[in-house]
Design a protein around this ligand. Structure first.
Ligand code: NAD
Ligand code: UDP
Length: 333
């Protein structure tokens, strides 16, 4: 699929938009900045570098249409922009449990006010965590959720729920052109080695020959989406007409148990790692698979990269990273 078709003007030339990517130095944000720049847009990456890395965006400095702002979105900012992607928020449980509610709530508020002042379109990176641990499977967008408001994941789940509410509030009260993507577990090159999420953890442990630690008995399921597929979904959503706001599920509906994932990683890396079990974290959702009918119908989008292909690319990425010495990489990050 030609991604540049997603940025047409009425004359057929490529549109050059001024786009703010909040959280642009993170895993998804850096891939998004790169795609938007290659399509001829002018991109500002605003990031406080809490989980983002300078090395994720270093190669983008060659674009004279790329700017980086060290900025915490809990503080207001003033810029002239046509589109805003709000990706600013740690995504891994390890990192978001340290602090994510203020970022989700006040960050969304500040960016929505910026969108209102500019008449800009704004997209929120939301999450299936807003469904909590539901009894409806697969997840459909109109399910209102089963969230534990005082569990360890509540800071993230409730922050993202509040952010969605603010987006629709700004749409109703101020006519802001909003889009909500609910992003299911996404993986790929560019993840931090210390990210803590399951795909990076398993690959790193397998490459180092360490035990692979499954939490619980490994029968819980997730559906893993390769990063290129997900980024295309985000750009398609941003390009959709104002009448389509979402929320829309973006993810790969192929569902795997965590144990199956571990076995695939062991096979693909040829590792001698053993698979061992550790206690399941509190409120860890038992089952997760998106229903993507809405995205298929409205965005003409569906993921194309099967898990094995995506894992191969991600394993190559981490292999190369270790060959260039992870410690040096993180120190210079
Ligand atoms: P990430 O942690 O790699 O990236 C988040 C980025 O936001 C980092 O660069 C971080 O430094 C920045 N950031 C955090 N707090 C900030 C603040 N207060 N001000 C400015 N910048 C801040 O995570 P990711 O995987 O790239 O996720 C990006 C977004 O997508 C997040 O909003 C996350 O909740 C959402 N999401 C991701 C997934 C996934 O599977 N990757 C799933 C669901 C939702
Ligand atoms: N998980 C695991 N071992 C790890 C990391 C995670 O078994 O080293 C499990 C985790 O308990 C969850 C699933 O893998 O059931 C996905 O975890 P992740 O943190 O990647 O994302 P989330 O729980 O937010 O979907």
């Amino acid at each position: 699929m030609n991604m540049f078709n997603l940025f047409p003007t009425h004359s057929g030339a490529i549109a050059r938009r001024r786009i703010l990517v909040a959280g642009g130095a993170g895993f998804l944000g850096a891939h998004l900045c790169e795609l938007l720049l290659h399509a001829g847009n002018s991109v500002i990456c605003a990031d406080n570098f809490s989980t983002g890395l300078k090395c994720n965006i270093r190669h983008l400095r060659d674009f004279d249409t790329f700017r980086v702002l060290r900025h915490d979105v809990v503080n207001p900012l003033d810029l002239e922009v046509d589109e805003i992607y709000n990706l600013a928020c740690p995504a891994s449980p390890r990192h978001y449990q340290a602090d994510s509610t203020n970022t989700s709530v006040f960050g969304s508020l500040n960016l929505l006010e910026l969108a209102a002042r500019n008449g800009a379109r704004i997209l929120q990176a939301s999450t299936p965590e807003i469904y909590g641990d539901p009894n409806v499977h697969p997840r459909v967008e109109n399910y209102s959720g089963n969230v534990n408001s005082f569990g360890p994941r509540a800071c993230y789940d409730e922050g993202k729920r509040r952010a969605e509410m603010l987006f629709f509030d700004f749409q109703k009260k101020h006519g802001v052109d909003v889009k909500i993507a609910r992003i299911f577990n996404t993986y790929g090159p560019g993840m931090r080695p210390d990210d803590g999420r399951v795909v990076s953890n398993f690959i790193i442990r397998a490459l180092r020959g360490n035990d692979i630690t499954i939490y619980g008995d490994g029968s819980q399921t997730r559906s893993f989406c390769f990063v290129d597929d997900l980024i295309e979904g985000l750009v398609r959503l941003m390009a959709a007409g104002p009448s389509f706001t979402g929320p829309v599920n973006l993810g790969n509906p192929d569902e795997f148990t965590v144990r199956e994932l571990a076995e695939h990683v062991v096979n693909l890396t040829g590792s001698r790692s053993k698979i061992v079990c550790q206690p399941l974290p509190v409120d860890d959702p038992r089952q997760r698979r998106p229903d993507i009918s809405l995205a298929m119908r409205e965005l003409h989008w569906r993921p194309e990269v099967p898990l094995m292909k995506g894992l191969e690319q991600t394993i190559r990425y981490f292999d190369d990273l270790f060959a260039s010495e992870t410690t040096a990489f993180l120190e210079s990050a």
